[in-house]
Design a protein around this ligand. Structure first.
Ligand code: PMM
Length: 312
C-alpha cells in the first residue's frame, strides 16, 4: 500500500508554558508573524493552541484560552492560511471556528459533552487524540495491556461517539497521542506499529516534534531534537501517517518530501508542489494517494502528476 501524501501542520502555541516554545508567541502579532513564516516554509495548516498540554501543565480558563487564540486565528485566516485549533473546550472551538478555523484538534477526543455536536453542526474536521487521563496526571506511571491495541480500541470508540453525534466519517482524523500518558517504550511501539492504526481507514496525524522521549534517547534538550523529530516523522510516513505536527516546518517538509518521493518513486520540483498545495482545502477529504504502480516511470524524473504531495 502506498503511503498517504504528507501534510505538514505547523505549531503556533500562544501559551506562556508549552514545553519547547512557551512564552515566545504570546503577543498576537508575534504569533501571527511566526505562523506566516511557518506557512511560507511549507505548512499546509497551522495548529493554534492557547493551553499547554505538557505533563503537569496548569489548566487555563475558557475565557483566557479564547482571548489568546481568537486574534491569532483571525490574523492567519485573513491572510489565507488554513488553521486548526488545539483545544479540549467546545466554547473555545466554537470561537475558533467563528474566527475561521476549519479543524478542531481535540487532545481530549470529544470529552467535552458539547464538542461532538459542535463539530457535527459546523461540518468541520476533527482530530481525535488518544490521551491517558488528563495533562496534569497523564505521565504518572502509565500502563497498558498492549499499547497499540488499547489506543486502537480507544480511538475506535471515540470515532463511534463522533459518528453517533453526526460527524461525517470523512471529517475524522486520528492521532495516537505520542507523549500523552506514555513511556518512551510506549511511544516507540506506537510509532513502529502505526500501520495498525492507519488500517482503521482514517488519516493519521502524529505529533513527535521535540518531545521528551526523543531527548531521553539521545540526551538532548528541546531545541536540539530536530534529527529525532525528522526520524520519527519519516518512519511515521512509511507506516501510513499523513499529517505531521511540527515546530520546525522547513526541514521536516524537505525530509518528508524526499521520503514520500522514495516511497512513491516519483517526485516533483518545489514549485510544482506549491502549486498543488494551493488547491488543497482539506486534510481529510482531498487526500490523494500516490501512484498505484510503484515502478519508476522514467530513468530521469516524473513530475507534474496530479497525485503529487499536498505538502505546502
Ligand atoms: N501534542 C501537543 C499538543 N497538541 N495535538 C495533536 N493532535 N497531537 C499531538 O501529539 C499534540 C497535540 C504537545 O506538544 P506542544 O506543546 O509542542 O504543542
Amino acid at each position: 500500500m502506498a503511503a498517504p501524501d504528507p501534510i505538514v501542520m505547523g505549531i503556533v502555541n500562544v501559551t506562556p508554558d508549552s514545553f519547547s516554545d512557551g512564552g515566545r508567541w504570546l503577543d498576537p502579532a508575534a504569533a501571527i508573524a511566526h505562523g506566516l513564516r511557518l506557512a511560507a516554509d511549507g505548512a499546509a495548516i497551522l495548529d493554534v493552541g492557547g493551553e499547554s498540554t505538557r505533563p503537569g501543565a496548569a489548566a487555563v480558563s475558557a475565557d483566557e484560552e479564547r482571548r489568546r487564540v481568537v486574534p491569532v486565528i483571525q490574523g492567519l485566516t485573513q491572510a489565507g492560511v488554513r488553521v486548526s485549533v488545539d483545544t479540549m473546550k467546545a466554547v473555545v472551538a466554537e470561537a475558533a471556528l467563528d474566527a475561521g478555523a476549519t479543524l478542531v484538534n481535540d487532545v481530549a477526543a470529544l470529552r467535552d459533552p458539547d464538542m461532538a455536536a459542535l463539530v457535527a453542526d459546523r461540518g468541520c474536521e476533527v482530530c481525535l487524540v488518544h490521551m491517558r487521563g488528563e495533562p496534569r496526571t497523564m505521565q504518572d506511571d502509565p500502563h497498558y495491556d498492549d499499547v497499540v491495541d488499547d489506543v486502537r480500541a480507544f480511538l475506535t470508540a471515540r470515532v463511534e461517539v463522533a459518528l453517533a453525534a453526526g460527524v461525517a466519517r470523512e471529517r475524522i482524523v486520528l492521532d495516537p497521542g505520542i507523549g500523552f500518558g506514555k513511556t518512551v517504550d510506549h511511544n516507540l511501539e506506537l510509532l513502529d506499529r502505526l500501520d495498525e492504526l492507519a488500517a482503521l481507514g482514517f488519516p493519521v496525524l502524529v505529533g513527535t516534534s521535540r518531545k521528551s522521549f526523543l531527548g531521553k534517547i539521545v540526551g538532548r534538550d528541546t531545541d536540539d531534537r530536530l534529527p529525532g523529530t525528522i526520524a520519527t516523522n519519516v518512519l511515521a510516513l512509511a507506516r501510513g501517517a499523513s499529517i505531521f505536527r511540527v515546530h520546525d516546518v522547513a526541514p521536516v517538509r524537505d525530509a518528508l518530501a524526499v521520503a514520500a518521493a522514495t516511497l512513491a518513486r516519483t517526485w516533483t520540483t518545489p514549485a510544482e508542489t506549491m502549486t498543488t498545495s494551493r488547491t488543497t482545502t482539506s486534510t481529510t477529504a482531498t487526500r490523494t494517494s500516490r501512484t498505484a504502480d510503484p515502478r519508476p516511470s522514467s530513468p530521469s524524473r516524473s513530475s507534474g502528476s496530479p497525485s503529487t504531495p499536498t505538502t505546502g
